[in-house]
Design a protein around this ligand. Structure first.
Ligand code: SF4
Ligand code: SF4
Length: 436
């Protein structure tokens, strides 16, 4: 059965294309485009200029505020320019463009700490900050800030999120199979840094091999391995906390309000790599898949690699009509192949043109499917209806801001109503009203 939350949907998983494909390290491209905005918060400030020589792992941009993150060079080479490039969120955004010299000369900026158990707990947040680590499950929240909860918020439970509930994506699955020890070490560091009592590794039960290898590697009872029911959006933070602990994060609240801390398995490994090996976050695992790809797989990709390079590597079987950065449910459709891989890119999906058509929206038939499956227990149809007619105050009262933007309601709607788009619109309008 597996542990789960109320609501949710069962979209076709389509993980079989890549779940058995081992991680493959790909060569860094000749030119990398490293965006200064790869995280939630203020973009980083560049500290290099055109013509500068850089080493792999050298800091090239500095966090510019409390919620921001450092950025490091993924290769050694020369700064070609700092210019606006297409950004995966749409529009253009500044990036450091680096010509790769192919040498990978390391910078050795971070000090390795093999004796991490002797470090003071607060040191882990600092190291994560120096290493530019952000939430790698897609949230991209700076880890330094997350590892420094307010003094009055005691963390009891750390949850390692290995749910990977988005269809097609298998990056975390492969990471758990191939780097279980690294993930566990990172998880233990988080627990130690926060002074938490309980550590749970949460994995959906469509990954029995990952559950088994984690249990074997853990050996003792320091860490619980929880088998989650395979259901979307099982990996969403609030739903995961509820499924595992029965606790409800309050409306507008954060996991620390109920003594919990959730971190993606890839982020745990990045923390371990920064602490023990002194390596900043300059590459990540990306699943490259979708029904238009010929040889989909899971790749170790340098940050700043254009997605056009990923398409060259996997090849195509047909004309590509749609490209999505992330999973098909919460990912972002791309308008150009020039956007590059960032710290939060868990997948890049390529679909044929004929599968990219969206059916015409028809009238709501009041079936209540969207209400039944909403994991945030909202009334998606009512919020969307009020947004459509400009009644944003009512959408606000109906809890639009509690929508986690999982897209389940739009997926299930037989009338093809793009409920999520209306709800996102309502959220943006509510934000504007609050500012006024
Ligand atoms: S209203 Fe929001 S949280 Fe609920 S199903 Fe739709 S997108 Fe998901
Ligand atoms: S699922 Fe679609 S048709 Fe059914 S109640 Fe919701 S909005 Fe209306």
């Amino acid at each position: 059965m597996g542990i789960t939350f109320k609501g949710g949907i069962h979209p076709p998983e389509n993980k079989h294309f890549t779940e058995n494909k081992s991680l493959e390290k790909i060569d860094a491209p000749e030119v990398l485009y490293v965006p200064l905005s790869q995280h939630i918060g203020a973009p980083a400030n560049p500290i290099v200029k055109k013509g500068d020589e850089v080493k792999m792992g050298q800091k090239i941009a500095e966090a510019s505020g409390f919620i921001s993150a450092n950025i490091h060079s993924p290769v050694s080479g020369k700064v070609k320019s700092i210019e606006d490039i297409p950004h995966f969120l749409g529009s253009y955004s500044p990036a450091v463009v680096i010509e790769n010299d192919g040498e990978d000369t390391p910078a050795e900026e971070l000090e390795p700490h093999t004796d991490w158990e002797n470090l003071p707990p607060e040191e882990f947040a600092k190291i994560a900050g120096e290493a530019g680590i952000v939430g790698m499950g897609g949230a991209t929240f700076p880890t330094q800030v997350k590892l420094s909860p307010p003094k009055d918020k005691k963390i009891d439970t750390v949850i390692l999120n290995g749910a990977e509930c988005e269809p097609y994506l298998t990056a975390d699955h492969r990471l758990m199979l191939e780097y279980p020890q690294h993930i566990i070490e990172g998880a233990l560091m988080i627990k130690y840094a926060l002074g938490a009592k309980r550590l749970i590794m949460a994995i959906e039960n469509n990954k029995p091999d990952a559950i088994e290898i984690m249990r074997k590697t853990i050996g003792g009872d320091d860490i619980e391995v929880a088998e989650l029911k395979t259901k979307y959006p099982q990996g969403a933070e609030k739903q995961l906390i509820n499924a595992l602990t029965g606790l409800e994060v309050p409306s507008g609240g954060l996991p620390f309000d109920v003594g919990c801390y959730v971190q993606n398995v890839g982020t745990a490994k990045a923390i371990r790599d920064a602490v023990i090996d002194g390596i900043p976050l300059v590459e990540r695992v990306v699943t490259v898949s979708g029904l238009a790809t010929e040889n989909p797989g899971n790749f170790l990709v340098r940050i700043g690699t254009p997605i056009s390079r990923l398409l060259e590597i996997v090849g195509t079987t047909t004309e590509v009509g749609k490209v999505i950065m992330g999973g098909p449910m919460m990912g972002i459709a791309q308008w150009t192949l020039q956007a590059s891989v960032t710290k939060g890119t868990s997948g890049v999906l390529f679909f044929p043109a004929e599968q990219s058509k969206i059916g015409d929206e028809t009238a709501c038939i009041l079936c209540a499917n969207c209400v039944d499956i909403c994991p945030a227990r909202l009334l998606p149809t009512s919020i969307a209806h009020n947004a459509k007619y400009g009644k944003f105050n009512i959408a606000d009262r109906l809890g639009a801001n509690d929508c986690i933007e999982c897209g389940s309601c739009a997926f299930i709607c037989p009338a093809n109503i793009n409920l999520l788009q209306y709800i996102r619109w309502a959220k943006a309008e509510i934000k504007q009203m609050a500012k006024k």
